[in-house]
Design a protein around this ligand. Structure first.
Ligand code: NAD
Length: 309
């Protein structure tokens, strides 16, 4: 199949592209390299250095005529979305809308959208949150993800465009950026490598649901194959505290003498976040396969192999 991946030079998109090419799909990538890197781009992919907000994006779609579109391109910093909500919405709402509109006009069979289960629900009141949890995002980034899901629902109702919105928990793994929703993994890994003391915000008992990027790649492949239309969580149902995460990374690094220090808690930071994955099991036949210990070991090794330290 012909798959167009927006944001395919980024962390998640490039891992998806590599796997799709490995299993025989043809891949085109649209990315403006805002945070993505040229070295992440698979040499067998066709690369269009393009902004998803461009009016002329349709010309790329007409050249590629993709069967499947995986929309990953985004401004991904929650903090930046608070500082500059207009920029966030221009990329994350208008850019997405442009991609969905082009998909609809070019007869795309399915759009897979990288949504965010860590932000669309807002402060969780049920643990783990399933897809029926109320959606009250507390950041412009979360509002934009929710708006994009609603636009996809609109395009489905109005034009029959099929879609699956994958509501990711916190994704970590090789090529990840410190800015992302699981940025703490990259930050701690780099500190451990350089021998600096990592700073934990607050007492470190805040939790997140960490999913290894290979499992996310598998979820995208299941979503391509599935008939499911709608939103589905991609999480592990397991909460990991920042302290636990640091200790696993510390033992992966073998640096037993480095201890963390604690700084002030981040104001407004969500305390707990964890996603139910029953629907993903049912409609996609997906469940996470990589344990947090194994995943963090592989991630630390990647940072070690790809740094000059
Ligand atoms: N990393 C996580 O934990 C996580 C969690 C939930 C959802 N997501 C979503 O998954 C997707 C991929 O995230 P990631 O972690 O790989 O981030 P990333 O920054 O590595 O990838 C995003 C890519 O989009 C590109 N991009 C940004 N603005 C663009 C524009 N205007 N036009 C074209 N390309 C543009 C960037 O250059 C980058 O390559 C994003 O939509 C993000 O919101 C990520």
């Amino acid at each position: 199949m012909k798959v167009l991946i927006t944001g395919g030079a980024g962390f998640i998109g490039s891992n998806i592209a590599d796997r799709l090419i490995e299993i025989g799909h043809s891949v085109a990538i649209v990315d403006n390299l805002a945070t993505g890197k040229k070295e992440n781009i698979n040499s067998k992919a066709i690369f269009y250095e393009y902004d998803v907000r461009e009016k002329d994006l349709i010309s790329v779609f007409k050249m590629v005529m993709p069967d499947i579109v995986i929309h990953n391109a985004a401004q991904l910093s929650v903090r930046l979305s608070v500082e500059d909500p207009l920029y966030d919405s221009s990329v994350n709402v208008v850019g997405g809308l442009n991609v969905f509109n082009c998909s609809s006009q070019c007869g795309v069979k399915k759009v897979i959208f990288a949504s965010s289960g860590g932000t669309v629900y807002g402060e969780q009141v049920q643990f783990p949150a399933d897809e029926t949890h109320s959606t009250n995002p507390i950041s412009p980034y979360g509002v934009a993800k929710l708006a994009s899901e609603k636009y996809l629902n609109y395009f489905n109702n109005a034009y029959g465009l099929k879609y699956t919105a994958l509501r990711y928990a916190n994704i970590y793994g090789p090529r990840q950026d410190p800015l992302g929703e699981a940025g703490v993994v990259a930050i701690f890994s780099k500190k451990l490598l350089t021998g600096e003391i990592p700073v934990v915000n607050g007492d470190g008992s805040q939790t997140r649901d960490y999913v290894f990027v290979e499992d996310v790649v598998a979820a995208n492949i299941k979503a391509i194959e599935s008939d499911f239309i709608g939103c589905v969580n991609i999480g592990t149902e397991t909460e990991t505290t920042v302290n636990e995460l640091f200790n696993i990374l510390k033992s992966a690094s073998g640096k037993r003498d480095i201890n963390e220090s604690h700084g002030p808690a981040k104001p407004g930071e969500q305390y707990r976040s964890v996603l139910a994955n029953g629907l993903a099991k049912k409609v996609l036949g997906w469940e996470p396969a990589v344990s947090i210990t194994k995943g963090l070991e592989m991630t630390y090794k990647w940072f070690k192999d790809n740094s000059n330290i």
